[in-house]
Write a protein that binds this ligand. Structure first.
Ligand code: GUN
Ligand code: ZN
Length: 432
């Protein structure tokens, strides 16, 4: 018989969508809870007393008052931008030209791609992120590097070759045919291997010709099991540029729609400045807006009203968008989402923030059958959060009346010292 492990702590899981009713009622909290792990999965969830009695042979790991919940998921990130986080003083187009494209050009070196992939994965794990969807560069080796690293570490991850055939330096430029061919062979090599998913990835309309968007739309139609990720309506200057490049389209989303790049499994980063028609088409098609709050502030893009988007029926994910984003931490990203929600007069409840970073993102990445919550049968990707990790918030933690008052100061600190432990498919990982 294989061995099992019983984690004890304050278990926190979701039974519903906290945007649909009273946020706290969508969650289940047990201050003396337990999660039983066997064969890499959650085998049982219940009270510590009950599970200790029913599984006396399990190895017990007692986390005391720490919170046991699903690992964080980052729905939009650029792992190749790890080394340009915090690049000062530019807006989107200038930032891409000044910092991003020169850094991404370095990924013609396989050794460099492998070293950044390793560094990125180590960093996100230390912040409690167990899954993500990443852009790569236009070099197939950049996709191989992150897929290899994630496969080795048994992470459930999505990623894809970033396709761009114009308006980028020659060293990064591909063609419609090479983007199609290289993406297709990467799908064959990686999609469904271990826990990996392939995401077809046109960078955004300004860096893809109509022929390239058409080729990638064809590829998505041939592989509907894959995700599709891109950027949409992030900054006003970008939208003006798109209008000059694609003058015959009614709006930005219409371009993706026309070329077969709109649908469920479509992930549209930022999507801040949308017309009513675009919102309606996203809602009808099931395409998801990915909110990137630290990036939207860092590059000066704007404030997305998340509650209004959810109330309008749009699927919304949450992401760091490294390296436009200014933190690898999903705790910090939740804090930034909260601050933006305050500035848009519709504050997000901590349950809504945690839901976005776990089951919400899992659903958007079409991984909710595997990860994103504490429930029997799901893979045991877990994070253990210590709400007493910093002396300066100890007083606040001590007078908390419920789990949300206890957790919220830790969210707002966004500090990786709060991440006590991370479990990947039932294996406690060494984050050293
Ligand atoms: N739009 C196109 N490429 C990028 C990128 O790398 N980062 C961000 N934030 N926006 C983009
Ligand atoms: Zn991005």
């Amino acid at each position: 018989m294989s061995s099992s492990t019983l984690l004890l702590g304050q278990t926190l899981s979701f039974t519903g969508d906290p945007f649909l009713g009273s946020p706290a009622e969508a969650a289940r909290h047990d201050p003396h809870g337990a999660v039983l792990i066997a064969n890499g999965r959650i085998a049982d969830l219940g009270s510590a007393d009950h599970l200790r009695k029913t599984h006396p042979a399990a190895t017990v790991r007692d986390y005391g008052t720490a919170i046991v919940t699903a690992g964080f998921i980052d729905a939009h990130v650029h792992y190749p931008q790890t080394a340009i986080i915090g690049s000062w003083g530019a807006r989107l187009i200038d930032w891409l030209q000044r910092y991003t494209f020169p850094e991404e050009s370095k990924f013609d070196s396989e050794a460099y791609a492998r070293s950044i992939a390793r560094q990125f994965v180590r960093t996100i794990l230390s912040n409690g992120t167990t899954s993500f969807s990443t852009f790569c560069t236009s070099h197939p080796a950049s996709a191989d590097a992150i897929m290899t690293e994630c496969h080795t570490q048994n992470l459930r991850v999505a990623g894809g070759l970033t396709c761009m055939d114009r308006n980028v330096p020659t060293a990064l430029q591909d063609t419609p045919q090479s983007a199609y061919d290289n993406s297709k062979s990467l799908i064959d090599r990686w999609h469904g291997v271990g826990r990996l998913t392939y995401a077809i990835t046109p960078r955004f309309a300004p860096t893809s010709s109509p022929d390239q968007l058409a080729a990638l739309g064809t590829l998505w139609a041939e592989h509907p099991e894959c995700l599709m990720q891109t950027h949409l309506s992030e900054q006003r200057e970008e939208i003006d540029w798109v209008r000059t490049l694609y003058p015959n389209f009614s709006d930005y989303l219409h371009i993706y729609e026309h070329f077969g790049l709109l649908g469920a499994g479509g992930l549209y980063g930022h999507a801040i400045h949308l017309a009513d028609r675009e919102k309606a088409r996203l809602r009808e098609s099931g395409g998801a807006i990915i909110h990137c709050p630290t990036s939207n502030m860092f590059i000066g893009s704007g404030l997305l009203p998340v509650r209004a988007a959810k109330a309008a029926g749009l699927p919304v994910g949450l992401a760091t968008d490294i390296g436009g984003g200014s933190s690898f931490s999903m705790l910090h990203t939740m804090a930034a989402a909260y601050e933006i929600s305050q500035l848009t007069n519709a504050p997000l409840h901590p349950a809504q923030l945690l839901w976005l970073a776990t089951i919400g993102n899992a659903t958007i990445l079409q991984m909710q059958m595997h990860i994103g919550n504490l429930a029997p049968g799901l893979e045991a990707d877990l994070v253990i959060i210590d709400p007493h990790s910093r002396p300066d918030i100890e007083a606040a933690a001590n007078h908390a009346d419920d789990i949300w008052e206890l957790l919220f100061p830790t969210i707002m600190m966004g500090d990786d010292r709060a991440i006590l432990d991370v479990w990947i498919a039932g294996r406690r990982i060494n984050r050293g």
